[in-house]
Write a protein that binds this ligand. Structure first.
Ligand SMILES: [Zn+2]
Length: 200
């Protein structure tokens, strides 16, 4: 039986790069893959982009209403693997549908995503939560904080200042410098303390 895998990691740990590498490995051996991603309003659109260059079109960029089991069983029944980018934005139902793709269609599904959002304490991404509950296989992709320790916390900085409130997806309108940084818990706490000191 094929498995549903969830590979999670903080921002900048190379999730999309790894996804592209897996796709390449399959294709190099003559197998088809299906690369999919939830629709969000970011400027990346339907493409997968990486910080270090490689990019790729998706086979399917889907909204929250799409039944992934139905679409994959109809449009991509013979692929060797389904690869999901930005899997934190799945609905819980879509995560369950990917489980069916693995179990009923016998197609391995590898979902890449964040484990928790930048607000830290409001329940996070429901897609990631569901995947953590049901995936056969869960793997952490590691990355490094600016201090050199292991980074586990996703953070958002606006004009250089740490923020812990705001929507999941922020549209870049060109007026604010939006940065996502992966920090260790220590550095995250230090930035938070700094905010408090300056009354923010
Ligand atoms: Zn640190």
């Amino acid at each position: 039986m094929a498995k549903l895998h969830f590979r999670y990691g903080a921002m900048g740990c190379g999730k999309t790069m790894q996804l592209l590498q897996v796709a390449f490995n399959y294709e190099e051996r003559g197998h088809k893959v299906c690369v999919i991603k939830p629709k969000t309003d970011t400027k990346n659109g339907v493409k997968l982009l990486t910080r270090i260059g490689p990019e790729r079109e998706t086979d399917l960029c889907f909204g929250k209403e799409v039944n992934l089991y139905d679409v994959i069983s109809q449009a991509f029944p013979h692929v060797a693997c389904v690869l999901v980018d930005e899997a934190q934005f799945l609905t819980p139902k879509q995560a369950d549908e990917l489980m069916l793709v693995a179990v009923k269609l016998n197609i391995p599904v590898i979902a890449y995503g964040l484990r928790l959002n930048f607000r830290q304490d409001d329940g996070g991404f429901e897609g990631a939560t569901r995947l953590l509950q049901i995936a056969h296989n869960i793997e952490e992709l590691k990355t490094i904080c600016e201090c050199g320790k292991k980074a586990t916390v996703n953070t958002r900085f606006l004009n250089g200042k740490l923020v812990t409130t705001g929507p999941d997806i922020l549209i870049d309108d060109g007026t604010t410098d939006i940065q996502y940084r992966a920090l260790c818990q220590d550095c995250f706490n230090k930035y938070k303390e700094k905010n408090k000191k300056f009354g923010a």
